[in-house]
Design a protein around this ligand. Sequence first.
Ligand SMILES: Nc1nc2c(ncn2[C@@H]2O[C@H](COP(=O)(O)OP(=O)(O)OP(=O)(O)O)[C@@H](O)[C@H]2O)c(=O)[nH]1
Ligand SMILES: [Mg+2]
Length: 380
Amino acid sequence: MAFFSKLKDKLFKSSSRLEEGLEAIVEDGGEETTAPDPVIPEPKPEPQPVPEVPEPAPVPQPVEPPAPIPADPTPVAPPPEIPESKGILNRLFNRGGTTTEIRRTLDDDMLEQLEELLIASDMGVDTALRVTSNMAEGRFGRKLSTREIKQLLAQEVARVMEPVAKPLPIYPKRPQVVLVVGVNGSGKTTTIGKLASQFKEAGKKVVIAAGDTFRAAAVEQLQVWGDRAGVPVLTAPEGSDPASLAFDALTRAQAEGADLLMIDTAGRLQNRADLMEELAKIVRVIRKVDDTAPHNTLLVLDATTGQNALSQVETFRKLADVSGLVMTKLDGTAKGGVLVALADKFGLPIHAIGVGEQIDDLAPFDPEEFAAALTGLDKG
Ligand SMILES: Nc1nc2c(ncn2[C@@H]2O[C@H](COP(=O)(O)OP(=O)(O)OP(=O)(O)O)[C@@H](O)[C@H]2O)c(=O)[nH]1
Ligand SMILES: [Mg+2]
């Protein structure tokens, strides 16, 4: 699976940290065990009057049951060596490389270490506790290898993430208005560019509104993304009212029959009251054109901020009716675990993840791939 290895590469920092931690935990207090031999069970060497040469495939003979077993005390011929030699071959070929593996008994100490590791990987205390207790359920006292621990962890992570993995919903309503919010530098503008490109490629007619009128550079940046995606960007002079730009943009998007209008917003405002007022005004004004807008309010979060992402969700939920999340910068961070905490705590859909600065570095969120990449589990 090509994308999986790409994601795993990109999540290298998260996974390697968790992976090393898991290995260290199992090694600490674990012991070498001989892995149970997975080979085909050896046939019991039962002496019986077998044909001299072993048939390649002993075809069952339903017609005539193999006659023997008369308790004949006179051994006609010594039982041939075949069963024994088969055993030797089995030993040679199947049991030659007896594997040893370090396993550790799952006990309170180990669970505590696992909790600490998960907390350190930004899963948050509550989520870390829940995940480890689920991992332990029914397995307390069992000896587990690193691989088994990884599998268990990946399974629990995937279970937490499953319900939130939802692509941005597309409604029949046209134009569908997507308001994009988030703190300064979280990746709003970049994400709009990437999303616009994906929707354009999917045949949608997309329009972008440069609602961050605070800085001229912000508008230029969005125009660059619009050019890359091949999508028009509607702008207004620096310092002008973003709400009136949003109004104009929606009116135009409607007139042009656009499928999607994405509205960028500023993250750099003086204080929360300013930001709240600005976002509320944008919403108020676009509702004059379409009283069901915005249809999605995307909160863009920067994964490298770790636990901070949790408080950003809380803040933005008060400012706007956040309908879903995009988590950026999952490449090159050791804090990928925060996604698990977010999913566990808020249950908001995660529509996509940003794994780089290029236009195609936005991926749908796949819980199993994410869990495997995060835990360093080799899939398959
Ligand atoms: N590595 C990486 N960098 C990203 C990702 N998404 C965004 N960035 C970078 O993060 C920086 C900020 O991104 P912007 O899109 O400008 O963020 P913003 O939220 O629009 O910022 P403001 O407009 O200042 O509020 C840029 O340098 C982007 O290239 C990602 O998924 N991975
Ligand atoms: Mg921006």
